[in-house]
Structure formats: structure tokens, C-alpha cells
Design a protein around this ligand. Structure first.
Ligand code: ARG
Length: 258
């Protein structure tokens, strides 16, 4: 009998401390969670480091903005063509993924102010003399990442055979394997690939085809979050955090347009 009493007392104590634990946790838990989706295959903007940690320019930017907002930033990895649907379905609050602002996307989501100036370039094998610019791409086989602005532009090229792949890394694999003659990707991603991979067999050719701006996307109508993100972005630009992050990933100071 005594044993039973003792046991139930222990149980009761346990349960009450459990509740107390919950209560006190709630009281100190002022941080909101900002659920962010990215497609982490796009170095130096988003990729997973050795330990699976999300790294890159975009990742640092969103964490810095989250800090200004007093939010805990939770990042999840989503296929590039699934990012906007994830936002529309309300599975995430925001998308940061080297996502270029364009008319088609503006119909589906709302964009913050831009945070990076980009454009598209071509990568070919070093020994390729026939492709020197976008005008030489007619009738050629080209690898692109599915759902990207690069894919849209490639499909406009007369007679081009466009191979849409899941990641930008796959586009380089296809080029190296000789399955395509060219790759169209964002300029900074192509440049980073050339330097970081040490791939001596490929080169970048031509001038950037487009001028694109990256921005963070939120669900249409989510004005409150859009304003908070814009405010956070302005703050990290004003206090030098943005410039520090920019230098960390690009090795130069940001220009006025960035
Ligand atoms: N800027 C291009 C676009 O918006 C490519 C972005 C690809 N981003 C990525 N994380 N894979 O379509």
C-alpha cells in the first residue's frame, strides 16, 4: 500500500513538473518560427555543407533578417519546381533560393525588394569553338535546371534540344559526360562552379543574356511578412551585415545595385 502511494506521488510529481516545464517554456519562448524553403543545390547561394547544414549567401541573409525580426529561421530543402507550390499551399512562410523576380511568378507569389543582381551565362567544354554566345545556341543541346529562368530562356532558342534536370549540379554532370553541348545557369553559380570544382575542362562564354534580380517570396496577400522581411533587409543593409555576408561569399564588396 505504502509502495503504491509512493508510486502515485512520484507519478503526480512527474506530471506536474511536466506541465510546469511546458508553462515556463512558453513564457520564455518569445521567438516565432519563420519556415523557409530553399532548393539547396545552388552554391554559393544555398547548399548543404558536410554536416548537412544549410550554407550560402541566401542562408546567411535569411538568418540575419530572421534575427532582426526576432524569428527562429527553420530551413527545409525542396525541389526547385516545388518551392512556389509549397508557398501557395502554406507549408512554408517564405522562399529564398536565388529566385529571380519575373512576371509569371509575380502572378503566384509576392516578392520582397531585390537583394541580388544576377543574369544567365553559358558553360561549354573548353575545346568547344562553335559556341561563343547565346546566338550560337540555335539547334544545340542544352542542359538547364527544371523550372528556372535558364530553362525558360533555353526553350526560346530556335531548334535547341533542352534537357531539363533536377539540379544545377546535374547540368554540369551532363556537360562533362558529353550528353549536352552547353549549360545555361545563373552567372554567379557558373562562376563559382568553375572556381570551386577546379573543373579545368569547361569555360564560361558570352555576355550575360538577362538581367535578373533575386528576391524572397511569400504567399500572395501576406503583407505583414512582406513588410517585416523588407524591413529586416533594409536593416541588414544599413548596419553592414549585408556587406559582410556578400564579401564572405563573393570576395568583393557589393556594388550599388546589389
Ligand atoms: N535564378 C534562377 C531562377 O529564378 C535560378 C534559381 C535556381 N535556384 C536554385 N536554388 N536552384 O529561375
Amino acid at each position: 500500500m505504502k509502495k503504491l502511494l509512493f508510486l502515485s506521488m512520484v507519478l503526480l510529481l512527474g506530471v506536474s513538473t511536466l506541465f510546469a516545464g511546458c508553462g515556463s517554456q512558453k513564457a520564455t519562448q518569445q521567438e516565432k518560427v519563420l519556415k523557409v524553403a530553399t532548393c539547396a543545390d545552388f552554391a554559393p547561394f544555398e547548399f548543404q555543407g558536410k554536416d548537412g547544414k544549410f550554407e550560402g549567401f541566401d542562408m546567411d541573409i535569411i538568418r540575419a533578417i530572421g534575427e532582426k525580426m526576432g524569428d527562429e529561421v527553420k530551413i527545409s530543402n525542396v525541389g526547385f519546381d516545388g518551392l512556389i507550390p509549397a508557398l501557395q499551399a502554406g507549408n512554408v512562410d517564405a522562399v529564398i533560393s536565388g529566385l529571380s523576380i519575373n512576371e509569371e511568378r509575380e502572378k503566384k507569389v509576392a516578392f520582397t525588394n531585390p537583394y541580388y543582381q544576377s543574369g544567365l551565362t553559358i558553360v561549354v567544354k573548353k575545346d568547344n569553338d562553335s559556341i561563343k554566345s547565346f546566338s550560337n545556341l540555335a539547334g544545340k543541346s542544352i542542359a538547364v535546371q527544371i523550372g528556372t529562368t535558364g530553362a525558360t530562356e533555353a526553350k526560346k532558342i530556335p531548334g535547341a534540344k533542352v534537357k531539363e534536370l533536377n539540379s544545377s549540379a546535374d547540368t554540369f554532370i551532363e556537360l562533362n559526360a558529353g550528353n549536352v553541348e552547353a549549360v545555361i545557369n545563373d552567372k554567379p553559380v557558373n562562376a563559382y562552379y568553375l572556381v570551386k570544382s577546379g573543373d579545368k575542362n569547361v569555360k564560361i562564354v558570352g555576355k550575360p543574356l538577362t538581367s535578373e534580380e533575386y528576391a524572397i517570396a511569400v504567399k500572395k496577400g501576406n503583407k505583414k511578412l512582406l513588410e517585416e522581411l523588407n524591413k529586416g533587409l533594409a536593416e541588414i543593409k544599413a548596419d553592414g551585415t549585408y556587406a559582410k555576408i556578400y564579401e564572405k561569399w563573393f570576395g568583393t564588396k557589393p556594388s550599388v545595385e546589389d
